[in-house]
Design a protein around this ligand. Sequence first.
Ligand code: 13P
Ligand code: SF4
Length: 387
Amino acid sequence: MTWVEPSPTATALLLLGRGADPDTEKGVECPGDLPAPSDPGLVERAARAKAALGDRVFVLGHHYQRDEVIQFADVTGDSFKLAREAAARPDAEYIVFCGVHFMAESADILTSDSQRVVLPDLAAGCSMADMAALVQVEKAWDRFAELGIAGEIVPVTYMNSSADIKGFVGRNNGVVCTSSNAETALRWSFEQGTKVFFLPDQHLGRNTAVLKMGMSLDDCVLYDPHKPGGGLTDEQLRGAKMILWRGHCSVHGRFTLDSVHDVRERVPGVNVLVHPECKHEVVTAADYVGSTEYIIKTIEAAPAGSAWAVGTELNLVRRLANAHPDKQIMFLDRNICYCSTMNRIDLPHLVWALEELVAGRVPNQITVDAETAHHARVALDRMLALP
Ligand code: 13P
Ligand code: SF4
């Protein structure tokens, strides 16, 4: 098997988790009459409603969405690409976001006041985003201020965080990042200050700091919001370059070093390709690491006959396997690993949302209050302006 070099962006990310917290479906009931999932007319109904809305609606689909939903997306992408796409559609009256809550919030912040952002199921949250609440983050910041180090810390939040947290970061001269641009965001941050407070994904923060920025694991400390003072001494905080929030993705946090060893034993010559939300030891043992967009491009560029064990959400891995029957594409873990909140958006919810819009009602609109949106936008715009 010959390896075809990935694209330059792919190569740049070359070689760059525990947790199985319960997913945070918020138990939100759909406020309308959902069509039955068994309704054989759902595909036709979705197509009809979308056609009736024409250019008034723009449907965004994250790569982790179900195939039944992705088929109706005007554009698919990772969270960075979708944020840019939302910002680039000033003429669409409605943005239907097939993704999770924090993505829809970001779309609302980046679009004009006259545009409405719709999340087909309000239970589509994100357990990682829920691991950082504003009150906890402000408490941590107060501690840094008491210690006299807040002035040298730049807060950086992963896109996968609530609008409140993005607003906090914007107010405190920080920046948003995604898995596509975390290194660039960290480089920018270390030009502004001497320490970074990275929220809420410890793994993306650690992986980027150590494997892309050349820091050591000792440069990173873990702030646990459930422990007094974050569980860190004054000395640890003063000595750290990266203060990582104790948050993680319940999907990517499940991959283990054992799953990497196991697949290498079962499939000689396999390439291990993972998302940087995976644990440090998994990322270090992998061959390639990058965002969902990067994962797709790397598989597309791979030669026929090559074998790939992919450590990311299962809807995407399955879609890649179906799209590339000439390559051997498998899920990195032996266990099934969907993101249950991403999966909340199914065809019945999409049909319901589109038909409501056709009927002149705006269902499940996601809005961010003006004050929060203002500060969050500052942090998002800083990210969009990064080279
Ligand atoms: P990206 O879309 O930035 O790759 O992040 C993956 C993810 O977990 C989205 O929820
Ligand atoms: Fe959140 Fe992980 Fe699901 Fe992404 S994959 S929405 S980070 S729980």
